[in-house]
Design a binder for this molecule. Structure first.
Ligand code: GLN
Length: 194
């Protein structure tokens, strides 16, 4: 069987730690900057960074059409800025996201860079006993609304911070910046099951 190849969108932001975490799980991980590179992947991670910049770059290198077709069939995991780009609507912001996850978000909802914080969230993945997962929130968005198809996999004070809808996964924090790879392992399982 062909080994799984997971791409990480490498236009801007925190892509290298995702690559390292995927490789620690013994999966082939590649940086994606072109439509050809994307087409060779079984799934894609859109990392954190600056959502407006990542969006501009996607348009600039003409990746949008290929990405939209890719996402119709293949799993996509967005972290922080990546989740913002996958949302349905960004409240109070003119940017038009991809509408892959039926959620409305607010950018920078916890304040500026210095208000970034580390905290434990209650991770509730299927077949794993719920446990506190150390999560880093960096100028994180807040999920203000979730549609009926959205499954919440982790909360922070009753607010969703890790969600799944079909073959899409989204986190408002940075699961690649710690040492616990459970969320990436869950994404790999999603890919195998898709
Ligand atoms: N604040 C950023 C944005 O709105 C996201 C921050 C991050 O990805 N860590 O795009």
């Amino acid at each position: 069987m062909k080994p799984l190849t997971v791409g990480v969108l490498a236009l801007q932001g925190a892509f290298s730690k995702h690559i390292a975490m995927l490789r620690s799980l013994e999966v082939q991980a590649v940086e994606v900057r072109t439509a050809e590179e994307l087409a060779a992947c079984d799934a894609l991670i859109i990392p954190g960074g600056e959502s407006t910049t990542i969006m501009k770059q996607i348009h600039f290198i003409d990746l949008l059409e290929t990405f939209v077709l890719f996402a119709k069939q293949k799993p996509v995991f967005g972290t922080c800025a990546g989740l913002i780009l996958m949302s349905r609507e960004i409240i109070g912001d003119p940017m038009k996201p991809f509408n892959l996850l039926d959620i409305d978000v607010e950018r920078n909802a916890f304040g500026r860079q210095i208000e970034s914080f580390h905290t434990n969230i209650l991770l509730q993945l299927p077949h794993i006993r719920p446990y506190p997962f150390p999560a880093l929130f960096i100028r994180a968005p807040r999920i203000l609304r979730t549609g009926a198809q959205v499954k919440v996999l982790a909360h922070l004070e009753n607010e969703p911070v890790l969600i799944r809808q079909g073959h899409f996964l989204g986190a408002t924090f940075h699961p690649e910046l710690g040492t616990d790879s459970a969320i990436h392992a869950y994404f790999l399982k999603m890919i195998k099951d898709t």
